[in-house]
Design a protein around this ligand. Structure first.
Ligand code: ADP
Ligand code: MG
Ligand code: MG
Length: 248
């Protein structure tokens, strides 16, 4: 599904990613861990099409297509979803209106018809229920005055409504209490299927207790310095990253 080959990228003239090679097949969950400043958010934003990053070498293919040649809207329409480390607030635009616009923009880009209003509302309410959210949140401004946990829950709601193929989640677990973490993990697990894949950026083992990854990679200094299975995350929790950075 996603084929990243020798990817180099810079921002403001500074090289951040220094040769990332990563293959994600449909159905797989990959966790990316690593110290602060190693390039995890850079990789996530680059995949979503953030304009500030310049790719200097390498390639990214998504379903066989050159992902880097597509604008962010086209990437979203093909099913790439990025969850932000710090979800944005859009005061004055209700969650319901936002979700409807986002979903219909995707459908339009795929040449599909807009959903009937009643069908859309039923669909969103179904997802809200699954996320154990208060339906009143739908009429509030997007993330406006939401707590950290509510923002994260809202982000996963967006994901469930849009049903992306590739979910890139950048530190979706940061700042969450155990209950919120469980809800987020349940949302990710709901979306797990043989047709979808997840790239999960996280600092902590505790999310991975609830979302079992197939592969764990350590990003340090813009390179993947180690890859392994779920045991690698537990080893990192114990030993930290120092031993790997020395090896890198
Ligand atoms: P992580 O998510 O792993 O903590 P980031 O991808 O956010 O790391 O950042 C990687 C590196 O890129 C950091 O050293 C950071 O300082 C640098 N960086 C991020 N944005 C900019 C920018 N606008 N200009 C220069 N350097 C940046
Ligand atoms: Mg960081
Ligand atoms: Mg980051």
């Amino acid at each position: 599904m996603l084929d990243i080959d020798n990817l180099h990228a810079r921002i403001d003239g500074q090289d951040i990613l220094k040769g990332i090679t990563l293959r994600i097949r449909a159905g797989e969950v990959h966790a990316i861990m690593g110290p602060n400043g190693s390039g995890k958010s850079t990789l996530s934003k680059l995949l979503a099409g953030h304009p500030d990053y310049v790719v200097t070498q390498g390639s990214v293919r998504f379903g066989g297509e050159d992902l880097l040649a597509l604008d962010p809207e086209a990437r979203a329409a093909r099913g790439v979803f990025l969850g932000f480390q710090y979800p944005v607030e859009i005061p004055g635009v209700s969650n319901m209106v936002f979700l409807k616009a986002a979903l219909n923009a995707q459908r339009k880009a795929r040449g599909e018809k807009e959903l009937e209003a009643a069908d859309f509302i039923a669909w969103v309410r179904h997802r809200v229920k699954q996320m154990k959210m208060d339906p009143a949140m739908l009429s509030r401004g997007v993330n406006e005055g939401f707590s950290g946990g509510e923002k994260k829950r809202n982000e996963i709601l967006q994901m469930l409504v849009l049903e992306p193929k590739l979910m890139v989640l950048d530190e979706t677990d940061s700042g969450l209490d155990i209950d919120a973490l469980k809800v987020v993990a349940d949302g990710i697990n709901l979306m797990r299927s043989p047709e979808r894949a997840v790239l999960l950026v996280t600092h902590y083992q505790r999310l991975l207790d609830h979302v079992q990854p197939d592969f764990v990679h350590v990003l340090a200094g813009g390179r993947i310095v180690k890859s392994g299975g779920p045991d690698l995350a537990r080893e990192l929790e114990e030993k930290g990253y120092g031993w790997l950075q020395q090896a890198a």
